[in-house]
Every structure is written in structure tokens, then in C-alpha cells.
Ligand binder design. Sequence first.
Ligand code: BES
Ligand code: ZN
Length: 494
Amino acid sequence: MLRRKSLYGILVLGIFIVIGSLYFFTDNQPNTSEKNMSVNKEVGSDNNTVGENEDNNSKEVNHENIIKEIINISEEVNADNMYETVTYLAEQPRAAGTEGEKRAVDYIESQFKSLGYETTIQEFPIEYYKEIRKAITINDKPLEGDIRTLFGSNVSGKVKGELVHVGKATVSEVGEEVKGKIALIENSARPYYEKISNVMNKGAIGAIMYNDQPNGSFNGMVKDGNDIPIITISRDQGQKLVDQVEKGTVIASLDVEVEKVTTPSYNVIATMKPDNSNNTGQIVTVGAHHDSVPGGPGANDDASGVSAVLELARIFSQKSIDTELRFITFGAEEKGLIGSTYYVNNLPSEEKSKIIAHFQMDMVGAAAAGGQNPAGGLIMFTPDGRKNLVTDLGAAASKNIFSEAIPYGELGRSDHQPFHDVGIPAALFIHAPLEPDYHQPTDTIDKISKEKLQQVAEIIGSAVLTIASPETPAIAEDKAVPALVEYEYENRAL
Ligand code: BES
Ligand code: ZN
């Protein structure tokens, strides 16, 4: 009797171990493919041996928690609407805190309202340095033409000294010879603030930076602490100065005044709540940033993303859903993800824990971006380079619609970062490699492809509807769904 009982016990234990390992490789590892789907299906089906243990493992076993296929909204996407939005928004720059941003915010809110959404304008303060005065003299003669100050730091001051060419101002290029002098620096892929720190460490009293691109923008950002006078000039002007310095001593003077101002910027939030009768209690957020860099019309960065947010809001305004949707356009992304950080930091904790996915669209319409990659070169970036619910659904949606699962990679640099930082599954959807117009005055409407806009809205819209449709169950509490398709990590060039 005793033996039979213990044999029985061992058998039951064995079954538990087998089931336990099945779960371990399924629900806990949401990101590994169709294999998981079939395992879960088996486990959940009625006529298998596992049924006996369902009580102990009901959450894991419940196949109702698994989304099986993408609900495709492609037919409903209208790229003409999106193109119209980009056209309006890119008529002028929309730098955070400027009239241009306010105009964009008003437009976006009125579009949401006309679709029947409840909207909130969330105001937050941004601090920046406003330019009051800037001048350069070279051997006591004023340097004519386009000269600019950098933003992000107090670059005020009047200095005079010998000009020293320090190339790209990497640590190895900058020596003691800049001490007490003015550094002449060529821009490059390295950030401006790094170069300035390098010359400041060697005692430079000011800097002139010239562009490495013949026709590129020479707006730029430095950081707190980079507080010597800095002026940026074009490549042409810079090369003339390099020639002069090579021929003999050049004395330069810089006169810069900037003033710190605090102005409001805004997030625009449109909310759609499900019926109380059919509510998963979960929230999905879909976002883009409406601000641009100063002086740039930002058609692709990121009026394109805003146009997709508005188009999806239009489509979802006609749908019934069981998951709350929030369509959000963020302000002050270009000044350091300020709007999205403010949004996330000010979420009540019970709301934060209900957000199961954030989809961020940034730079999703440039004809020249994306190279020879599937689905127009769209890629999903997460700040930690790991798959999550958002990338699983994005890949599944693109596979379903375009027969190609888009890859994922590792990158922050947009508003998905603050969501990720508080543990919300989030990803950035973007075309890479980037177009040459990134952050340039040439980021204009004529560079936008309706086809690219269409594809992106189809993919993200389908992914979102797959979560929010009453036909699909709530996402399991551990925020994991098995990947519906295989998709690859890619170290894509930007
Ligand atoms: N749209 C860009 C993000 C981006 C740029 C992603 C290039 C991938 C490649 C975004 O608007 C941006 O420019 N972000 C800033 C960072 C932010 C923290 C100021 C950037 O990348 O410099
Ligand atoms: Zn952007």
C-alpha cells in the first residue's frame, strides 16, 4: 500500500516537473517564437494529462491569456490624412517653448477633440538659454555671415585670445597649447559637449566650432558646465579660419550673451476608455513627439510620428475596445525627453502599473530612410536591446501584413526611454539608416513618403488593436505573451 502510494506520488511529482519546465520555457520567456505558442496550446487544451493540475497553475495554464493572431487594420489606414498632418505641422519649426510648438499643440488637440476624444493638455516647465547677443571678431574685424550660439548651457561671456586649431577636439588632439586661448574645433559625430569639455579641461577660454558638413545645420546642444563663450559657424567660414591659423597668429574675440528663461511646454493626451462592462483594466499608450529642433521644420522628426498617432486615434475612435488607449504627443523631446519624463513621473502609481505597452513612433515617414531593408527599413528599438510585448506584437503585425517580421535592436534617444525606465514594456519604431535631413532645415514635407507612413500605421495599429480588441483576452499579468513569430536582433547602422 505504502509502496503504491509513494509510486503514485513520484508519478505526480514527475508530471509536475514536466509541466513546470514547460511553463518555464513558455510564459517566463515570452520572446522565443511559435514554439511557445504550440506548447501553450497543448497545455491549455482540454484533452491532455495536464488538466488535473490546472487548479495549482491556473494563471499559467489559462490559454485564454494568449493572443493567437494579429487583428489587421490595414484597410482602414488612410495615408492622405497623415500626409495632411505632416504638411500642416512642418510649415514651421516647433521647438519646445516657442509659438511654433503652441500652434502644433492647438492643432493636435483640436484633431483629437473632433474625433470625440477627451483631451488633456499637460503643461510642464522647461528651462533654456535664450540668445541675446553674439559676435566674433577675427584680428579685430567682425566675422560676417551666419553665426550661432549653442543651447543647453550658459555660454555668455566676452573673451579675446589667440585662435588654436584643435581638429575634432578629441582628448588626444587637445594639448596644453589651448590654455588661455580660443579653440577652433571641427564638428563631427561626437557630441558638442564632449569636445567643449575636452578643450575646457586644457584651459581654453572660448571656442569657435565649424561644421563638418558643407551645407549642414550648425545648431547644437551643450551641457551645464560648458560655460565658456561658444559660437558655431559654417564649414566654409571654418575652413577660411583654419587656413589663416596655419599661416600665422590669429587673434579672435567672442562676445556672447544668453539668458536663462523658463517657459512652458506641453504634452497632449487623448484618452479612450473601454465600456465598464468589458474592461481588462489595462492601458496601452501610443506616442510621438510634436516638438522639433530649433530652426528645423521636423517633417520626419517627428511630425510623421504625430500624424500616425492622429490617424490611429481616428481609426480607434470607431472601434470598441476592452483596454484603455492613450494617444499622446510629447513636448520637449528634443531638449532631453523632458515631456515624456514628466508624463511618466506624474502618473499615479496605480495607473503606471496598468500600462502594459508603450508604442513610440519617431521618424517614420522619410522616403530616403530605411535602406534596402524589409518593411521600408522599419526597426524596433528598446533601451536594453531586449524583446518585450511591444516588439513581439510589432514583429507579428509586420509579418502578418508584409510577410516580413521587422527586427529589433538597442537604442534609447526617444520617448520610449522613460517608460522603459519605470518597467513599462516600450519600443521605438523608426526607419534606419536615417535620412540625411535628420535635424536639418531640409527635413521638409517633400521628403515624406506616403507609403512609409501607411506601413507604419498599419503595423502599429494592428499591434494595438490586437491587444485592445474585445475579441482578445487581457494580457497575462506577468506582461508576457509568447512571440507569435520569430524575429531577429539587428545591429542596424543609424
Ligand atoms: N528622433 C530622434 C531620435 C533618434 C535619432 C533616434 C537618431 C535614432 C537615431 C530624437 O528626436 C532625437 O534627436 N533625440 C536626441 C536625444 C534627446 C535625448 C535629446 C538625440 O538623439 O540626439
Ligand atoms: Zn525625434
